[in-house]
Design a binder for this molecule. Structure first.
Ligand SMILES: Cc1ncc(COP(=O)(O)O)c(C=O)c1O
Length: 279
């Protein structure tokens, strides 16, 4: 929906940092001119490229980032300098994990299924002046942000169950110190795992220190075979979904808001024991 609504004959600029920004680039190309203004494809998406002085054309309609690359485990700890152009961010896998200054963005979007509620619903926060009424008549009405803004997000029959669950999570967050407290919790939690990986001689984190995600932690052993052996042993020990995404392999621990610190500590205990016994 982003290019359908925000491309106005100019250029759509994208920062390519992993699987989800790559997908967004591919889709945007269906709707107009796309420029990849920075990429970390050269090192298998293990870092966030320098975005302090991007070559953004004057006629750029927006600059798009995937702020947390779920599969590759990268996060922006500093937003790109868009040189006055609209910043669009896919926050699907980090939404509500830390405080966010919404006015830094033109548009934030995300699926709610990681940190907020059940799959099947998404959130969009859009600056009012970016909501357009002059879109192509052929654009299905549902795919215009204006439709949803005009109808107070009730254009279609709402996903009441998902909205109800999200409401519960919002209340939980407010009661527990809000996003600042959640961020602190997430930092403490991720540190447990990253500290372990940093000292391990068997497991290696896949991302440079400065750009590591607090939500998704990809790591590898010295070989694919050993990756598979650890995944199998982790299942036997009662841990689910440690296998890295099929497109990148290795292992990945997703430690979203709902994962308690004790869960990460239990994982580290398992990995440390595995290393001691097998490495
Ligand atoms: C960063 C990011 N963007 C987009 C998506 C796509 O979300 P959905 O599966 O709800 O279409 C995902 C899903 O994991 C994601 O992690």
């Amino acid at each position: 929906m982003v290019p359908m609504n925000l491309l106005k004959g100019g250029v759509a600029c994208y920062v390519e940092t992993g699987a989800w920004s790559k997908k967004a680039i591919k889709e945007a190309k269906k709707f107009g001119e796309v420029k990849v203004v920075a990429s970390s494809a050269d090192k298998n998406f293990s870092y966030i490229p320098d975005c302090s002085d991007l070559d953004i054309p004057d006629n750029a309609d927006y600059v798009y980032i995937c702020e947390n690359e779920t599969i590759h485990g990268l996060t922006y700890h500093k937003l790109p300098n868009t040189k006055g152009h609209v910043l669009v961010s896919d926050q699907s896998s980090m939404f509500l994990s830390r405080p966010c200054n919404v006015s830094d963005y033109g548009l934030i979007w995300g699926g709610v299924q990681k940190n907020v509620g059940p799959a099947g619903m998404s959130i969009v926060i859009i600056r009012e002046d970016l909501i357009r009424e002059d879109l192509d008549d052929k654009l299905p009405v549902y795919l215009s942000y204006n439709t949803h803004a005009d109808a107070d997000s009730l254009y279609n029959t709402p996903n009441c169950w998902a909205i109800y669950c999200c409401g519960k999570v919002f209340k939980y967050l407010l009661k527990n110190g809000g996003l600042a407290a959640m961020n602190q919790r997430n930092e403490e939690k991720a540190k447990v795992l990253y500290d372990f990986l940093d000292q391990s001689k068997f497991f290696t984190g896949a991302v440079v220190k400065e750009d590591r995600s607090l939500m998704n932690v990809p790591f590898v052993t010295p070989s694919k075979e050993q990756d598979a052996e650890v995944v199998a042993a982790s299942k036997t020990a009662g841990f689910d979904n440690l296998k890295g995404h099929k497109s990148v392999g290795g292992l990945r621990a997703s430690i979203y808001n709902a994962m308690p610190k004790e869960g990460v500590e239990a994982l580290v205990d398992f990995l440390a024991k595995y290393e001691k016994e097998h490495a």
